[in-house]
Design a protein around this ligand. Structure first.
Ligand code: GLU
Length: 447
């Protein structure tokens, strides 16, 4: 692979701040970052904000936040500067104007109605792509493209090449929608008398329907995934495997393992499909790896002060153990923890209709409450036994009382094992919730 004189690979992520950090952009950033980290290189972040009308400062903040959330740190770029500062293209306009002037002076560009166009020489332009192999374009099909607009703003081709040269970039890893731009950029490198970097054009991310990933498929902004309850380490692992593979079945790879194993050779030319179920699987695995303390602090960070899981460590540990197999996202915990802290605010209407509309349910639940007032010990076996005995005595199916109890405790039709929940809720709350539902049914049995 080509490297600069110092032998240190230099890679960059060069987003245009016209939107938030998209999962596709994050994957591109990640591949560049992984390669730089693996090879002791430098990862540069450069903001391509020459399109003043479409670029917004707020989007830059969003992109930086997204990268930080994923733990993709940059060695040179916004906020930290570096030897090739500034890292905002909008602050480098003079540099592009001088470069355009240089090509004009050397006869490799010409003026055309106030704009400056590159004079495409005859012949063919080729480059090696480590994903797609050698690629060649006939220059005949490349029009004399604008490099500096009449308003003296550079086009993308000029600014990207000038900056990649100035910033001594050795490897360009980007989406394969840029393949058709590459011959123009290679021609510019040649015109400036420079060797082009190594290129790796990564297949675009598709939705399950094999169409380019878009809002239609769900969340596309990285930070939306934080809100949806995903862990950044799961996201990184998942994104790394979108278009890249280890060549083995190993999938669950920490960031350090990814750094050790990542290489451009492992990028496949086929499209990468964004499979949300797979992402959920990764997230679940990473959630399971967290200790109770770590999980608790992640939950607190998502929703500070919502529930104080730290109050009784032994009790919290048992609650979390019950929920862990069921929760694939942090937001699932938020949802499933609720019954352990607050009484149901309402009862699932379908559940009430289906399980509690038979006459006498209010009385059955009141009887269960009485039984639970004295059952001892208040553990899983005894609460289950008492419920079954009561169902027998009253000529009911145990399932009817179980559904009723679940609705009383959670307001819902689905929950973790109900007897485990009863024990964790404790006798007092169980009695008052049974009483609340019995009263509710007695007052208005239809609702
Ligand atoms: N600003 C360009 C983009 O966001 C960068 C392309 C490149 O990496 O050269 O698509």
């Amino acid at each position: 692979m080509t490297v600069n004189n110092s032998g240190v690979p230099r890679l960059r992520f060069a987003p245009s701040p016209t939107g938030y950090l998209h999962v596709g952009g994050a994957r591109t950033a990640l591949f560049n970052w992984l390669y730089a980290r693996r090879h002791g290189g430098v990862f540069v972040l450069r903001i391509e904000d020459t399109d003043v009308e479409r670029s917004q400062a707020e989007m830059v903040t969003g992109i930086l936040d997204g990268l930080r959330w994923l733990g993709i740190d940059w060695d040179e770029g916004p906020e930290i500067g570096g030897p090739h500062a500034p890292y905002y293209q909008s602050q480098r306009l003079d540099r592009y104007r001088a470069a355009a002037r240089q090509l004009l002076d050397s006869g490799q560009a010409f003026e055309d109605g106030g704009a400056i166009r590159f004079k495409v020489p005859p012949g063919k332009t080729s480059f090696a792509d480590s994903v797609h192999g050698p690629i060649e374009f006939d220059n005949e099909h490349i029009e004399s493209f604008v490099i500096l607009r009449s308003d003296t703003h550079p086009t993308y081709h000029l600014s990207v090449v000038v900056d990649d040269i100035d910033m001594a970039i050795t490897h360009v890893v980007r989406g394969d929608d840029h393949i058709s731009n590459t011959p123009k950029q290679v021609l510019l490198y040649q015109a400036f008398g420079k060797t082009p970097p190594a290129f790796a054009h990564v297949p675009l991310i598709m939705g399950a329907d094999k169409q380019r990933l878009s809002k239609r498929h769900g969340a596309t902004s990285v930070m939306e995934y934080e809100t949806l309850g995903y862990l950044p380490e799961a996201m990184v692992n998942f994104l790394a495997l979108l278009g890249w593979g280890t060549g083995s079945n190993d999938e669950l790879l920490t960031k350090d393992e990814l750094i050790q194993r990542f290489d451009l050779d492992g990028i496949s030319g086929g499209n990468a499909v964004f499979n949300t179920e797979k992402l959920d699987w990764f997230n679940h695995q990473y959630l399971l790896k967290l200790t109770d303390n770590e999980l608790t602090s992640r939950l607190q960070a998502q929703r500070p002060g919502a529930w104080d899981l730290g109050k009784d460590a032994a009790w919290s540990a048992r609650v979390l153990a019950l929920l862990r197999p069921r929760c694939k996202r942090l937001t699932d915990y938020r949802d499933q923890l609720a019954p352990f802290f607050v009484d149901p605010a309402s009862y699932d209407a379908d559940g009430v209709k289906k399980h509690l509309s038979a006459p006498g349910m209010a009385a059955h639940l009141a009887a269960l409450k009485d039984a639970y007032a004295t059952v001892a010990p208040f553990d899983e076996a005894s609460t289950e036994q008492a419920l079954r005995a009561l169902a027998d005595a009253r000529g009911l199916k145990a399932a009817a009382l179980i559904h009723g109890t679940r609705l009383a405790m959670t307001g819902r039709m689905v929950s973790p094992g109900i007897f485990e929940m009863l024990v964790l809720l404790g006798r007092d709350r169980v009695l008052s919730r049974l009483d609340a539902l019995a009263t509710h049914l007695a007052n208005d049995p239809t609702s």
